[in-house]
Design a protein around this ligand. Sequence first.
Ligand SMILES: Nc1nc2c(ncn2[C@@H]2O[C@H](COP(=O)(O)OP(=O)(O)O)[C@@H](O)[C@H]2O)c(=O)[nH]1
Ligand SMILES: [Mg+2]
Length: 263
Amino acid sequence: MPESSKMKKPDVKVVLLGDMNVGKTSLLHRYTEKKFKDTISTVGGAFFLKQWGPYNISIWDTAGREQFHGLGSMYCRGAAAVILTYDVTNWQSLAELEERFLSLTDTANLDCIYAVVGNKADLTDPKAQRPQETDVVSEDRTECEEDQTEPQVTSACPTPPASPASLSGLMLHQQVTHEDAVAFYGRILRYKGLDENNSLPAEKMCFETSAKTGYNVNTLFETLFDLVLPSILRKRNENQESPTVDLEECRGATGKRSRSACC
Ligand SMILES: Nc1nc2c(ncn2[C@@H]2O[C@H](COP(=O)(O)OP(=O)(O)O)[C@@H](O)[C@H]2O)c(=O)[nH]1
Ligand SMILES: [Mg+2]
């Protein structure tokens, strides 16, 4: 939008956190592919910019560094939302979030929003195998070209190691349930010293997704964007108002004109 380019935009930062292989990069691909098809092949950089209304939202991917346990405190600094991602078929991936990644959010904004996301739901949940969002069926093939020739995807894009069960359409055991995720969300709030009654409810902030089929992916990102925007607007208004108020108050209080204004 032309008007937005004139505005001083806040840099809204959304961060994807989670262990290797849970599907963070795939989630980002899935979401951005529809909007920014041309940039898909450049994945591997630190973040993507998503225009959301008049704002640019940066979505940060860890770009592989999670394997070195080397994500420093800088990574979440200033984050308005953090997506804590695990793999629904891998209990350890949820444990790692708590043990290794939660403390990285110490540098996020005080009003940072947390989403707990169980990815790879297509491996455990039949309804996640069906693309829910309108744009997902054929695009799958760009990430999974060796897949079947039929466009209707019911098997999974191979997760290393490729699962014969998933490829044959059988469901895998869901090691992390929605209730586990909700309980973890409660522990995040406690870790943050937040009151559950004044925080976004777990039911709203715990998602199960499939980057493979697109299940819940748009919902995840766009729910977060919507939740983050009011606080951005509030901050922006505060920033705009305070200098104006100060100048007015200054003039009124002194009753003098500034030197620069006298001639
Ligand atoms: N079945 C299935 N596989 C997935 C999904 N998301 C990612 N994968 C696979 O999991 C592996 C790791 O994904 P990647 O996005 O690189 O994970 P990251 O290390 O967290 O960024 C890749 O082989 C992906 O194809 C998903 O939703 N369903
Ligand atoms: Mg990755």
